[in-house]
Write a protein that binds this ligand. Structure first.
Ligand code: 5GP
Ligand code: MG
Ligand code: MG
Length: 179
């Protein structure tokens, strides 16, 4: 699989170090609280696993699957709930974990939805942020790394459902998505 990757943007070690850093900040922020940590499937799965191990407060985990991208690389702008939460967010401190924010459409939809459902607070943590891709005004409360406006894969991020299991974030060789 490695020979399909043009460049490693963020190494496994850098990701793990960032999870420790973010975990510390989240621990301070939610000390004495019981946040509901919502992972956005499927991309946020590895990040959720590594980050929550570094958060030293009680917390509850739930998952939501929304899709706006399908199998391709261009946002349709449409957000569809594929799997909803099992838990009520009413009165809860909700912390949404995302793999990457590009247009911001997915996250702004979720933030609005959770406010509408009467969450006490809604915050967003993303591992990667692509500010150049923004179509709506959305600023994450915490972001791990700023990435350029390129299509990245690995550590949860897919191309046609592949590469999610890479331990690092990389850029694909163009011949992979052109073929
Ligand atoms: P947004 O709604 O912010 O445009 O897009 C969010 C979702 O699009 C992400 O959670 C991710 O699934 C997908 N996405 C955006 N940029 C990339 C990228 O560079 N690589 C991959 N693999 N997925 C991306
Ligand atoms: Mg995602
Ligand atoms: Mg995808």
């Amino acid at each position: 699989m490695r020979d399909e990757i043009k460049e490693i943007l963020i190494s496994e070690e850098e990701i793990q170090e960032k999870c420790r850093e973010l975990g510390k900040q989240i621990t301070e922020e939610y000390d004495g609280k019981f946040p509901l940590v919502v992972g956005v499937l499927k991309g946020a799965m590895p990040f959720m696993g590594d980050l929550t191990k570094r958060i030293d407060t009680h917390l509850e985990m739930d998952f939501m699957d929304v899709s706006s991208y399908g199998a391709g690389m261009v946002s349709s702008g449409e957000v569809k709930i594929v799997k909803d939460l099992d838990t009520s967010v009413e009165g809860r401190d909700v912390l949404i974990l995302e793999d990457i924010i590009d247009s911001g459409l997915t996250l702004s939809y979720l933030v609005k939805l959770f406010h509408y459902r009467k969450a006490k607070s809604v915050k967003v943590v993303t591992l990667l942020d692509k500010p150049d891709g923004r179509k709506v005004d959305l600023v994450p409360d915490l972001a791990g790394f700023i990435v350029p406006d390129a299509f990245v894969v690995g550590y949860g991020l897919d191309f046609a459902e592949r590469y999610r299991n890479l331990p690092y974030i990389g850029i694909l060789k163009p011949e992979i998505y052109e073929s």
